[in-house]
Ligand binder design. Structure first.
Ligand code: UFG
Length: 333
């Protein structure tokens, strides 16, 4: 198949693009490089630098069988500060894409949704049918897209699958031995922050000078066994594999929604311990005040996608940290 991957220069999009190429598909990446990196686009993909709003229609018109849609703004804190930006990019951009798909007769889409649609869940593990009550414009904008896909499936016969990711981590070694990894700016996620501090602790003077020398653990008074937040981590390679299965399951007139996680929770302190073990470094850390909007516990039930598509996470937290650390070390030379 010839596939359009929007946001394919970003973290998850680039890994999915790499796996699609490895599976023998043709891939066109469309990315505006607002948060992605051109050097993240896997070798073998065609690359168009542009926006979904202005440029998707032209790419689709050249002949595309299906779309995998990652292009989005994805920082919870930024979304609270700039909600308009999130509604405009995430919902507005996707509406433009869906209309372009309708006009060009491209009928299938796999969408990068998020656990943030659930907000503060009433129970864990979270199932897809549990109430979606997002607590940030980021989560709300992604939920709005999920709902829009449902409408397009019902009214226009679109084939759509929304994949709701829990905490994605790890890195993927693509063809040519290149690591595709998380490179956000600013970086807000736990594991990349811990590993940046580990690199500083390993004595890299450039990193030590950047000021990230001690991990702040946001809150230790949550109702969890060690007081720190608990999250469900999923390896980006496992996550990407689910997209290929979802693509094969696209059915006209159907919108499916699947959670993607490991089904096991790790506290922030447990993550730090695994990072210390994998790197062999004594990574400095201290407790800091809670970060606004963090739910205490987020753990996915992925029973639904297991049942329907046979998908199951295979890689554990240790391999996520080990791969992310290999990518960090490779980038640092
Ligand atoms: N954390 C720290 N120190 C840091 C960074 C993070 O203690 O330097 C903590 C956070 O407070 C949280 C945990 O580590 O308790 C995980 O935080 P991340 O930022 O890595 O991930 P989130 O759980 O906040 O984010 C995930 C997804 C988002 C989604 C969100 C929904 O990455 O896309 O869950 O709550 F929106």
């Amino acid at each position: 198949m010839r596939l359009l991957v929007t946001g394919g220069a970003g973290y998850v999009g680039s890994v999915v693009a790499a796996q699609l190429l490895e599976a023998g598909h043709e891939v066109v990446v469309l990315d505006d490089e607002s948060t992605g990196h051109a050097d993240g686009v896997p070798a073998g993909a065609d690359y168009v630098r542009g926006t979904i709003r202005d440029d998707a229609a032209n790419v689709l018109a050249e002949g595309i069988d299906a779309v995998l849609h990652f292009a989005a703004k994805s920082l919870v804190g930024e979304s609270v500060a700039k909600p308009g930006l999130y509604w405009s990019h995430n919902l507005g951009g996707t509406l433009a894409l869906l209309e372009a798909m309708r006009r060009t007769g491209v009928g299938s889409i796999v969408f990068s949704s998020t656990a943030a649609v659930y907000g503060e869940p009433e129970r864990v593990p979270v199932e897809e049918t549990d109430p979606a009550r997002p607590t940030s414009p980021y989560g709300a904008s992604k939920l709005a897209v999920d709902e829009t896909l449902h409408e397009y499936a019902n009214l226009n016969g679109l084939a759509a699958v929304s994949l709701r990711y829990f905490n994605v981590a790890g890195a993927y070694r693509s063809a040519g031995d290149r690591w595709l990894s998380e490179r956000h700016s600013p970086e807000t996620h736990l594991i990349p922050n811990v590993l940046a501090i580990a690199l500083a602790a390993s004595g890299d003077p450039a990193v030590a000078a950047s000021g990230k020398t001690e991990l702040k653990i946001f809150g230790d008074d949550y109702p969890t066994p060690d007081g720190t937040c608990v999250r469900d981590y999923i390896h980006v390679a496992d996550l990407a594999r689910a997209h290929l299965l979802a693509l094969g399951a696209c059915t006209p007139g159907e919108h499916r929604v699947y959670n993607l996680g490991n089904g096991t929770g790790f506290s922030n302190r447990e993550v730090l311990t695994v990072c210390r073990e994998v790197t062999g470094l004594d990574i400095p850390a201290r407790t800091a005040p809670r970060r606004d909007g963090d739910p205490a516990v987020l753990v996915a039930s992925s029973a639904h996608i297991h049942q329907d598509l046979g998908w199951k996470a295979e890689l554990d937290l240790r391999s996520m940290v080990a791969d992310a650390w290999s990518a960090v070390c490779a980038a640092a030379g």
